[in-house]
Design a binder for this molecule. Structure first.
Ligand code: FPP
Length: 253
């Protein structure tokens, strides 16, 4: 992805990636079961989707379930799975009416047939929509994304579709998830931890990282505004000096 494509026209990010952390703690604080936190988290997810659509942000990628989340207690995993099915059932038509294009990234083969069908149907229904692109990372891991990309690439080398010498960062990047959208400009993680947690590790190489203590269910419209205003104050250098960036901006390139 070239620098020009990374640039933000109105100072707003084109692509936002979010780790929605803190649902469990939100529920604990209220002496509620953890799943109640995930349910409240769905409301926060709905809010950020609507806010991105309103602001004409092109891409939103959310981390709904990591490949490591299977290690949680079985009861929590199954209630998250049930929540996915019910949320997709309740939200997809509304998102479709708002022209949102939904895609899932990650290995969906481990999900129940029912959930896989909901995922496939959501993608099919919304595939031609031209508004916000909503990527939902489910059973996703960044390292595995890169391993998968390498396997595809090696396969193409073995079949003489590409040569060893043609392998570049851009070429490998064309095999990882989200290769058809610009890399995230802004990464938001709620819940106070300052980690990437194996989210889009390839794609986040030049992303501005924003960490906030607010728990995900408490992430309101004003918190989103604050994240955006923090982002617009950043100077994105992509390896250049600050002076070069200013000169580049003044010359309009
Ligand atoms: C992390 O909080 C949150 C999750 C693992 C699940 C996030 C899922 C949703 C908000 C539902 C979204 C639904 C769809 C269909 C996209 P945590 O449980 O790690 O919180 P903790 O760190 O406080 O324990």
């Amino acid at each position: 992805m070239s620098e020009v494509q990374h640039n933000t026209a109105a100072g707003l990010p084109q692509h936002i990636a979010v780790v929605m952390d803190g649902n469990g703690r939100w529920a604990n604080q209220r002496h509620m079961p953890r799943v109640a936190g995930h349910k409240a988290g769905v409301n926060a997810t709905r809010r950020i989707v609507e806010n991105c659509a309103k602001k004409n942000i092109k891409v939103l990628t959310i981390f709904a379930f990591s490949s490591e989340n299977w290690r949680r207690p079985e009861t929590e995993v199954s209630s998250i799975m049930a929540l996915f099915v019910s949320t997709i059932g309740a939200e997809v038509k509304k998102l479709h009416n708002k022209n949102v294009c939904i895609r899932f990234i990650g290995d969906r083969s481990r999900f129940s047939q029912k959930l896989q069908k909901s995922i496939n149907d959501a993608e099919q229904l919304t595939m031609h929509n031209t508004g916000l692109r909503l990527n939902i990372a489910a059973n996703y891991g960044g390292r595995n994304d890169i391993v998968h990309a390498c396997k595809l690439l090696i396969n193409d080398v073995a079949q003489n579709k590409i040569t060893f010498d043609e392998i570049t960062e851009d070429l490998l990047g064309s095999y990882v998830s989200l290769n058809d959208v610009p890399a995230p400009d802004l990464f938001i993680r709620t819940g106070g931890e300052q980690r990437i947690s194996n989210f889009l590790i390839w794609q986040l190489a030049y992303t501005e990282l924003y960490f906030v203590d607010t728990l995900w269910p408490d992430f309101l419209d004003e918190d989103f505004e604050q994240a955006l205003s923090w982002f617009t104050g950043r100077q994105r250098r992509f390896g250049k000096t600050g002076q070069q960036v200013i000169e580049q901006q003044m010359s309009g390139n």
